[in-house]
Design a protein around this ligand. Structure first.
Ligand code: ZN
Ligand code: ZN
Length: 133
């Protein structure tokens, strides 16, 4: 299951940008054994707070570990690509391995819950390209 802390180490597969913006649609809390873990869990970027990790500050690592992202999107602010999170799995695929049909279906399903720059301008597929394109 994708969790907030995943954003800390995921890069855009096309342009290598980090961090990606997490758009959360559906979450599911899970029990996680945190014994022996070093805090903060997020080393560079905490997606739960949407800010870079600064040494000496307190972070809601509990949330980053336990809150699973069941449905959502990872958006790359650098190249405009979006990556779907379905059933807790991030599909971080390069453009050539993506399928327009399932990506467009995903956007259709969640168009009201996603920012318009993802739905209508996101790469490699979006809902504005209904004709031609
Ligand atoms: Zn965090
Ligand atoms: Zn990118």
């Amino acid at each position: 299951m994708m969790r907030y802390w995943g954003v800390d180490f995921i890069r855009c597969v096309e342009c290598k940008h980090h961090p990606l913006q997490l758009v959360v649609i559906e979450t599911e809390e899970q029990d996680v054994d945190t014994t022996g873990l070093e805090f903060p869990i997020c080393r560079n970027y905490c997606a739960y707070l949407n800010k870079p990790v600064v040494k000496g500050e307190q972070y809601p690592c509990d949330k980053c570990l336990r809150v699973g992202i069941k449905t959502g999107v990872l958006y790359c602010p650098s190249c405009g690509r979006w990556y779907p999170i379905k059933n807790g799995i991030v599909y971080l695929l390069p453009d050539k391995k993506r399928k327009a049909e399932s990506d467009l279906k995903f956007l259709e399903t969640y168009r009201d819950k996603l920012p318009s720059h993802v739905v209508y301008e996101g790469k490699p597929f979006n809902l504005s390209k209904t004709s031609g394109g």
